[in-house]
Design a protein around this ligand. Structure first.
Ligand code: IMP
Length: 193
């Protein structure tokens, strides 16, 4: 079975991607398995650019077919922020970033708290230097307080319209049916199969 490298250091993402790609005809390997310890560059202005940059970097380094995800939360009231900067919106922990968003939305009424999660998945093949991307989105609203303890990142404040609870209140299975990442990977999966 050919190997497929999943190029992410984010544990939450890695687990979701492994679940969502279960049973594809590839052996999934992570950055540790591939011996890659470098910081993977992420300097693009869009999710597409960053996903391609990450997949290409790890794919060239390892010589393996490589998949990378670039994702983030776009909040309408904040004109699309934190967007591509979601992982590093403010220094500190996921919790600090959640609190920063809540602070910026303090007093903003529910109807103005619309948001979407975006994921772009890039697949790089070092044999012919080719790259493909797929995008998935998930719509919701920013809750007034964090709810739930599952998931990662902004999951506790993303009230997901498809499941009518926050992503952090959903089971992994529920989130993986409707998430931005699931929607992008469903298309990647068809290609890989
Ligand atoms: P990056 O793709 O490594 O730049 O990081 C994406 C960041 O967006 C994560 O660190 C999270 O803060 C946020 N994010 C992306 N997907 C999710 C998700 O499924 N749940 C919660 N936060 C997410």
């Amino acid at each position: 079975m050919p190997k497929l490298l999943i190029a992410t250091k984010n544990k939450g993402k890695l687990i979701e991607i492994q679940n969502l790609l279960e049973n594809i005809p590839h052996q999934l390997v992570d950055l540790g398995d591939a011996g890659i310890t470098d910081d993977i560059p992420e300097t693009g202005a869009t999710f597409e650019e960053n996903a391609i940059q990450k997949a290409r970097f790890a794919g060239l380094k390892s010589g393996l077919l490589t998949l990378a995800d670039d994702s983030g939360l776009e909040i309408e009231y904040l004109e699309g922020r934190p967007g591509v900067k979601s992982a590093r919106y403010v220094p500190g922990t996921d919790n600090d970033r959640v609190n920063q968003v809540l602070k910026e939305l303090k007093g903003v009424p529910t109807e103005k708290r619309n948001a979407k999660f975006v994921a772009v998945v890039a697949l790089f093949d070092p044999r012919d230097n080719s790259v493909k991307t797929w995008r998935g989105e998930s719509l919701g609203t920013i809750a007034d307080v964090p709810r739930g303890s599952r998931g990662f990142g902004y999951d506790p404040i993303f009230y997901n319209f498809d499941i009518r609870k926050t992503n952090a209140q959903a089971t992994a299975r529920e989130k993986n049916q409707v998430s931005h990442r699931a929607r992008a990977l469903r298309q990647a999966r068809i290609f890989l199969e």
